[in-house]
Ligand binder design. Structure first.
Ligand SMILES: Nc1ncnc2c1ncn2[C@@H]1O[C@H](COP(=O)(O)OP(=O)(O)OP(=O)(O)O)[C@@H](O)[C@H]1O
Ligand SMILES: [Mg+2]
Length: 233
Protein backbone atom coordinates (compact mmCIF):
# COMPACT_ATOMS: atom_id res chain seq x y z
CA UNK A 1 0.00 0.00 0.00
CA UNK A 2 1.31 3.50 -0.79
CA UNK A 3 0.63 6.55 1.39
CA UNK A 4 -2.70 7.56 -0.21
CA UNK A 5 -4.05 3.99 -0.04
CA UNK A 6 -3.01 3.96 3.63
CA UNK A 7 -5.05 7.15 4.18
CA UNK A 8 -8.12 5.72 2.47
CA UNK A 9 -7.78 2.51 4.49
CA UNK A 10 -7.40 4.48 7.77
CA UNK A 11 -10.49 6.59 6.92
CA UNK A 12 -12.53 3.47 6.10
CA UNK A 13 -11.47 1.81 9.36
CA UNK A 14 -12.38 4.96 11.29
CA UNK A 15 -15.87 5.23 9.78
CA UNK A 16 -16.36 1.48 10.29
CA UNK A 17 -15.39 2.05 13.94
CA UNK A 18 -17.94 4.86 14.38
CA UNK A 19 -20.67 2.94 12.55
CA UNK A 20 -20.04 -0.16 14.67
CA UNK A 21 -19.94 1.82 17.89
CA UNK A 22 -23.43 3.24 17.15
CA UNK A 23 -24.90 -0.18 16.43
CA UNK A 24 -23.19 -1.80 19.41
CA UNK A 25 -24.53 0.95 21.68
CA UNK A 26 -28.13 0.21 20.53
CA UNK A 27 -27.68 -3.57 20.81
CA UNK A 28 -26.23 -3.24 24.32
CA UNK A 29 -29.17 -1.05 25.38
CA UNK A 30 -31.65 -3.61 24.02
CA UNK A 31 -29.82 -6.46 25.77
CA UNK A 32 -29.89 -4.50 28.99
CA UNK A 33 -33.70 -4.16 28.73
CA UNK A 34 -34.07 -7.93 28.14
CA UNK A 35 -31.73 -8.67 31.06
CA UNK A 36 -33.65 -6.37 33.43
CA UNK A 37 -36.99 -7.91 32.38
CA UNK A 38 -35.55 -11.39 32.88
CA UNK A 39 -34.31 -10.48 36.39
CA UNK A 40 -37.72 -9.01 37.25
CA UNK A 41 -39.53 -12.22 36.13
CA UNK A 42 -36.99 -14.27 38.12
CA UNK A 43 -37.89 -12.40 41.31
CA UNK A 44 -41.61 -13.17 40.86
CA UNK A 45 -41.54 -16.87 40.18
CA UNK A 46 -40.33 -20.08 41.75
CA UNK A 47 -41.30 -22.23 38.76
CA UNK A 48 -38.14 -24.28 38.02
CA UNK A 49 -38.81 -24.45 34.27
CA UNK A 50 -39.19 -20.69 33.96
CA UNK A 51 -36.08 -20.15 36.13
CA UNK A 52 -34.18 -22.59 33.89
CA UNK A 53 -35.14 -20.63 30.77
CA UNK A 54 -34.28 -17.35 32.44
CA UNK A 55 -30.77 -18.70 33.15
CA UNK A 56 -30.43 -19.58 29.43
CA UNK A 57 -31.51 -16.07 28.48
CA UNK A 58 -28.94 -14.54 30.85
CA UNK A 59 -26.13 -16.81 29.60
CA UNK A 60 -26.98 -16.02 25.98
CA UNK A 61 -26.92 -12.30 26.70
CA UNK A 62 -23.54 -12.67 28.43
CA UNK A 63 -22.12 -14.47 25.37
CA UNK A 64 -23.63 -11.92 22.99
CA UNK A 65 -22.07 -9.11 25.02
CA UNK A 66 -18.70 -10.86 24.73
CA UNK A 67 -19.15 -11.24 20.97
CA UNK A 68 -20.04 -7.60 20.37
CA UNK A 69 -17.08 -6.56 22.51
CA UNK A 70 -14.83 -8.50 20.14
CA UNK A 71 -16.48 -7.04 17.04
CA UNK A 72 -16.00 -3.58 18.52
CA UNK A 73 -12.33 -4.27 19.25
CA UNK A 74 -11.91 -5.46 15.63
CA UNK A 75 -13.64 -2.41 14.13
CA UNK A 76 -11.85 0.09 16.38
CA UNK A 77 -8.32 -0.69 15.39
CA UNK A 78 -7.80 2.76 13.95
CA UNK A 79 -7.54 4.00 17.53
CA UNK A 80 -4.15 2.68 18.48
CA UNK A 81 -1.86 4.63 20.83
CA UNK A 82 1.63 3.92 19.65
CA UNK A 83 4.58 4.76 21.87
CA UNK A 84 7.99 3.31 22.60
CA UNK A 85 7.43 0.09 24.56
CA UNK A 86 9.69 -2.72 25.69
CA UNK A 87 7.94 -5.61 23.93
CA UNK A 88 9.48 -8.16 26.32
CA UNK A 89 7.82 -6.24 29.15
CA UNK A 90 4.44 -6.40 27.37
CA UNK A 91 4.82 -10.15 26.86
CA UNK A 92 5.94 -10.68 30.45
CA UNK A 93 3.01 -8.74 31.86
CA UNK A 94 0.54 -10.49 29.53
CA UNK A 95 1.77 -13.93 30.61
CA UNK A 96 1.58 -12.96 34.30
CA UNK A 97 -2.01 -11.75 33.85
CA UNK A 98 -3.14 -14.71 31.74
CA UNK A 99 -1.28 -17.43 33.73
CA UNK A 100 -4.08 -17.88 36.32
CA UNK A 101 -6.48 -19.00 33.57
CA UNK A 102 -4.16 -21.84 32.48
CA UNK A 103 -5.16 -25.33 33.61
CA UNK A 104 -2.37 -26.72 35.84
CA UNK A 105 -1.38 -29.44 33.37
CA UNK A 106 -0.35 -26.83 30.77
CA UNK A 107 3.17 -25.47 31.22
CA UNK A 108 4.47 -22.25 29.75
CA UNK A 109 8.08 -21.66 28.79
CA UNK A 110 9.16 -18.06 28.40
CA UNK A 111 12.63 -16.67 28.91
CA UNK A 112 12.66 -12.93 29.09
CA UNK A 113 15.70 -11.41 27.40
CA UNK A 114 18.14 -9.61 29.70
CA UNK A 115 17.99 -6.37 27.68
CA UNK A 116 14.85 -4.39 26.79
CA UNK A 117 13.57 -4.75 23.22
CA UNK A 118 12.06 -1.48 22.04
CA UNK A 119 9.32 -1.21 19.45
CA UNK A 120 6.77 1.46 18.56
CA UNK A 121 3.68 -0.19 19.92
CA UNK A 122 0.48 -0.09 21.91
CA UNK A 123 0.83 -1.98 25.20
CA UNK A 124 -2.93 -2.81 25.45
CA UNK A 125 -3.07 -4.09 21.89
CA UNK A 126 0.03 -6.24 22.44
CA UNK A 127 -1.77 -7.71 25.46
CA UNK A 128 -4.76 -8.50 23.18
CA UNK A 129 -2.39 -10.30 20.78
CA UNK A 130 -0.88 -12.42 23.55
CA UNK A 131 -4.28 -13.10 25.14
CA UNK A 132 -5.72 -14.42 21.89
CA UNK A 133 -2.67 -16.53 20.98
CA UNK A 134 -2.39 -18.04 24.47
CA UNK A 135 -6.15 -18.69 24.75
CA UNK A 136 -6.11 -20.48 21.41
CA UNK A 137 -3.10 -22.54 22.48
CA UNK A 138 -4.82 -23.53 25.75
CA UNK A 139 -8.04 -24.39 23.90
CA UNK A 140 -6.08 -26.45 21.35
CA UNK A 141 -4.23 -28.48 24.01
CA UNK A 142 -7.44 -28.92 26.00
CA UNK A 143 -8.07 -28.86 29.71
CA UNK A 144 -7.54 -32.58 30.29
CA UNK A 145 -4.23 -32.96 28.47
CA UNK A 146 -0.64 -32.24 29.40
CA UNK A 147 0.93 -29.70 27.12
CA UNK A 148 3.40 -26.89 26.78
CA UNK A 149 3.26 -23.43 25.31
CA UNK A 150 6.60 -21.94 24.28
CA UNK A 151 6.98 -18.21 23.87
CA UNK A 152 10.18 -17.09 22.22
CA UNK A 153 11.60 -13.70 21.41
CA UNK A 154 14.61 -13.08 19.16
CA UNK A 155 15.75 -9.81 17.77
CA UNK A 156 18.16 -8.72 15.11
CA UNK A 157 17.78 -5.28 13.56
CA UNK A 158 15.44 -4.28 12.00
CA UNK A 159 13.00 -6.88 13.41
CA UNK A 160 11.96 -8.60 16.59
CA UNK A 161 10.53 -12.07 16.04
CA UNK A 162 8.00 -13.43 18.54
CA UNK A 163 6.93 -17.06 18.35
CA UNK A 164 4.08 -18.72 20.24
CA UNK A 165 4.14 -22.50 19.83
CA UNK A 166 1.92 -25.14 21.39
CA UNK A 167 1.94 -28.92 21.64
CA UNK A 168 -1.75 -29.22 20.66
CA UNK A 169 -3.12 -31.22 17.69
CA UNK A 170 -1.98 -28.68 15.07
CA UNK A 171 -4.04 -27.21 12.23
CA UNK A 172 -5.26 -29.04 9.11
CA UNK A 173 -4.29 -27.47 5.72
CA UNK A 174 -7.90 -26.54 4.79
CA UNK A 175 -8.29 -24.76 8.17
CA UNK A 176 -4.92 -23.01 8.26
CA UNK A 177 -5.65 -20.90 5.18
CA UNK A 178 -8.70 -19.39 6.91
CA UNK A 179 -7.52 -18.84 10.47
CA UNK A 180 -7.03 -15.06 10.08
CA UNK A 181 -10.42 -14.54 8.34
CA UNK A 182 -12.94 -12.62 10.52
CA UNK A 183 -15.74 -14.85 11.84
CA UNK A 184 -13.95 -18.07 10.85
CA UNK A 185 -14.08 -20.64 13.65
CA UNK A 186 -14.02 -24.40 14.06
CA UNK A 187 -15.15 -24.20 17.71
CA UNK A 188 -18.74 -24.78 18.83
CA UNK A 189 -18.53 -21.73 21.11
CA UNK A 190 -15.97 -19.72 19.12
CA UNK A 191 -16.57 -16.33 17.51
CA UNK A 192 -13.69 -16.40 15.07
CA UNK A 193 -12.49 -12.86 15.78
CA UNK A 194 -9.42 -13.66 17.89
CA UNK A 195 -6.86 -14.16 15.13
CA UNK A 196 -8.46 -11.59 12.80
CA UNK A 197 -7.84 -9.13 15.61
CA UNK A 198 -4.28 -10.33 16.10
CA UNK A 199 -3.57 -10.01 12.37
CA UNK A 200 -4.96 -6.47 12.17
CA UNK A 201 -3.02 -5.32 15.27
CA UNK A 202 0.26 -6.75 13.99
CA UNK A 203 -0.32 -5.06 10.60
CA UNK A 204 -0.98 -1.76 12.35
CA UNK A 205 2.34 -2.13 14.12
CA UNK A 206 3.99 -2.42 10.70
CA UNK A 207 4.62 -6.13 11.20
CA UNK A 208 3.74 -9.46 9.64
CA UNK A 209 2.04 -12.53 11.03
CA UNK A 210 2.18 -16.11 9.89
CA UNK A 211 1.32 -19.56 11.14
CA UNK A 212 3.01 -22.90 10.53
CA UNK A 213 1.58 -26.24 11.51
CA UNK A 214 1.32 -29.86 10.51
CA UNK A 215 -1.54 -31.89 11.96
CA UNK A 216 -0.35 -33.73 15.06
CA UNK A 217 2.64 -31.44 15.55
CA UNK A 218 1.17 -28.39 17.24
CA UNK A 219 0.81 -24.90 15.85
CA UNK A 220 3.30 -22.05 15.79
CA UNK A 221 2.35 -18.40 15.33
CA UNK A 222 5.23 -16.17 14.23
CA UNK A 223 5.13 -12.40 14.21
CA UNK A 224 7.73 -9.94 13.07
CA UNK A 225 7.57 -6.39 14.41
CA UNK A 226 9.86 -3.50 13.46
CA UNK A 227 12.34 -2.43 16.15
CA UNK A 228 12.87 1.23 16.98
CA UNK A 229 16.08 2.08 15.10
CA UNK A 230 19.06 3.08 17.29
CA UNK A 231 17.35 2.09 20.56
CA UNK A 232 18.22 -1.60 20.63
CA UNK A 233 21.58 -3.16 21.44
N1 LIG B 1 -3.15 -22.93 18.47
C1 LIG B 1 -4.06 -23.43 17.66
N2 LIG B 1 -4.13 -24.77 17.39
C2 LIG B 1 -5.05 -25.28 16.55
N3 LIG B 1 -5.98 -24.53 15.89
C3 LIG B 1 -5.96 -23.21 16.11
C4 LIG B 1 -5.03 -22.59 16.99
N4 LIG B 1 -5.28 -21.26 16.99
C5 LIG B 1 -6.32 -21.06 16.17
N5 LIG B 1 -6.75 -22.21 15.63
C6 LIG B 1 -7.84 -22.37 14.66
O1 LIG B 1 -8.14 -21.10 14.10
C7 LIG B 1 -9.53 -20.81 14.28
C8 LIG B 1 -9.70 -19.31 14.42
O2 LIG B 1 -9.13 -18.87 15.65
P1 LIG B 1 -9.68 -17.54 16.32
O3 LIG B 1 -8.91 -17.28 17.55
O4 LIG B 1 -9.73 -16.47 15.29
O5 LIG B 1 -11.19 -17.88 16.64
P2 LIG B 1 -11.77 -18.87 17.77
O6 LIG B 1 -10.69 -19.22 18.75
O7 LIG B 1 -12.43 -20.01 17.05
O8 LIG B 1 -12.88 -17.96 18.46
P3 LIG B 1 -12.61 -16.68 19.38
O9 LIG B 1 -13.23 -15.52 18.64
O10 LIG B 1 -13.32 -17.02 20.64
O11 LIG B 1 -11.15 -16.49 19.55
C9 LIG B 1 -9.95 -21.62 15.48
O12 LIG B 1 -11.35 -21.87 15.49
C10 LIG B 1 -9.12 -22.89 15.29
O13 LIG B 1 -9.71 -23.76 14.33
MG1 LIG C 1 -9.53 -17.68 19.64
Amino acid sequence: MDGSEDDVHARKMKSLGHFTQGIVHDIRNSLHVVLSASAMIGRRTEDPLILHHLTSIEKTIERTNGLIGRILAFANQSEEHLGVVDVSDSIDESITLIRPMFPECIAIEWHRPAQPVYILGDHDQLYQVMLNLLRNAIEAIGCDNEGTILVNLNHACPWVEIRVKDTGPGIAPDVIENVFTPAFTTKADGNGFGLANVFAIVEQHGGTMQVVSSPGEGAEFIMLLPLVPDMNL
